[in-house]
Unconditional design. Sequence first.
Lengths: 138, 393
Amino acid sequence: MPPYRPFFKRLSPTPSQGGVSFLISVKIGLGVLALGGLGFNPLALAEEPVTLSIERTRELVRMVRQDCGSCHGLTLRGGLGPALLPETLRDRPPDGLKYTILLGRPGTAMPPWKTFLNEAEAEWIVAQLLRGFPEESR
Amino acid sequence: MISRMWRYGWMLLVLPLLAWSGEPALRGTGDLGVIIERSAGRVLIVSTSSNSIISRVDGLGDLSHASVVFSRDQRYAYVFGRDGGLSKVDILRGLLEKRIVQGGNSIGGAISQNGRLVAVANYEPGGLKVFTADTLEPVADIPAAYGDNKLSKVVGIADLPGDRFIYSLFDADQIWIADLRDPKSPKVEKFSNIGKAPYDGLVTPDSRYYMAGLFGEDGIALLDTWQPQQGVKRILANYGRGEEKLPVYKMPHLRGWAVAGHQVYLPAIGRHEVLVADTSNWKETARIAVRGQPVFVVARPDGRQVWVNFAFPDNGFVQVIDTLTGQIVQTLEPGKAVLHLEFTPRGEAVWISARDDNKVLVYDTASFARLAELPAESPSGIFFTSRAHRIGF
C-alpha cells in the first residue's frame, strides 16, 4: 500500500497546486502511451499516412468503445453525447471530426483528446467511425 | 394398524420426492446484489455473505450505462439499459421475468415510495415514462418538452415521498417534479433557469433536498422539496474561481450516499477535488485534493469514510477520505478502469468493479485488506438489495 499522504487542504488552495496534480496525471498518460509502443507528440502533424501497430489499434478500439462510450454509448448510438454512427457522421467533413476529437468542442461536454491521441490516431478513428466502428476483440 | 400405515406411510414416499425435486433451499435476498456485465448484456447475482456469484441472468440488451432499483420485497431488480430496455429480474430464482424496450436511449430510473411504479428517465425520446412495477405496463408518459417543441435528455432521477419523482433536464436547465399519486393524470411542477447543463442529481437521505450537479458552470442547484415555493438556489457557486477547468473525460455521478453526518461530499467538475458543504447552511466547509477527477464520491453507511473513484486517466485508483480529519487515509489500486463501488448494507466491506481487469474486488473497509476477487466480464455498476429501503435509490 502507498504510504499515508495528507492531501487535505482547507479552503483556498493555490492555483499552482491544482496545476501540479494535472501535470502528474499527464505524465502518467504519457507513460501509458509510451508503453503502447508509440511516441507521444500531441502537436505532430501527420503529413503522410502513418501505419499504426495492431497493438495500438486494439487500444484505440477499446478506448473509443469504453471511454468515448461513456458519453456516446458502447454501441456508439449516442447518450449524453450524439451518436457516432456512419449515417450520423457521413455529412461531416472528416477533418472537422478529427479536430473535434483532438481539440474538443468548447461550450459542450466534448473534451480534447490530444493528450492521449496524435493526429494520425485521430484520423484512423474517424476513418473507422465512418465505415462502422470495429468491435473489441477479446 | 392398517389405517395407521395409511396415515403415515405416505410420508415415506412423498418426503424423499420433495427432497429430490430440486427445490432450492429457502433463503432471503437481503444479502444479495446485482452486478452489471456491461458488454455482455448480462447481470451477476451475488451474495455479500459468501462473497460469491450465485447466478447469472442473460439477455438484458445494451447495458453500457445501466442502473438498477429494487422492489421493496428485495426480490426483483429493475435494470435500466442504455438501449431503452427495462428488465425485471427475479434475483431469487436467477431469471429474467420480463423485458420491454420502452425508449430509444436511457440510463436510469427510480421506483416509487409505494413500490408500485417504476419510472425511466430517457435521453431519447427525452422524457419520463412510468410503468407498473409488477407487470411493466405503461401508465404515464411525460415528455421533457421545452422551447420550440424540443425534448430534453432527462438525468438525475430520484424518488420523493408521495409517489413523486424528481429529475433534471440536461438540455433545458430545468428541474421537474412529477407527482404520480394519480398515475392516470400526473401533475408536473417545473423549475426553470436552475443553472447550466445539469448532469446528474441526488436527494439527501431524508429526501428533503434535491441537488443537481451542473456541467455548464461551477456550482450545484439545490431545491428544498419541503418548501419548493422558495425555488432553486445555487450552492458552491464559482467553486472553480474562474480557473480554467481540466478536460472532463467522464461525467461524475451523484447519489444520496454523498451525505456523511452533517456534511455532503461532492465531485468538482474538471478539478481534482472533492467539495465539502455543511448541510445545515450549504456553505462550503472544505475541499479535499484527490488523485484525479472524482466520478463517484460515496460515504460508507456509517459516514466515517468517503470513498472516491476517478475519471480516465486516473481510473485505476480509489481513495479513502476519513471524514473526521478530512484527510486521505488510503490510496488503493484495485485494477484497471474502476467504474463503480458499493458498500455492503452496514459497510464492513466494499465491492469495486475493475472493468478492464474483468474482475470485481471486495475490500475490508477497516483494514483495507482484499477479501475476495470475483471474475466478471467488463463489470460496471454494483447494486445491493439494501437500496430497496432507501429513498432516492
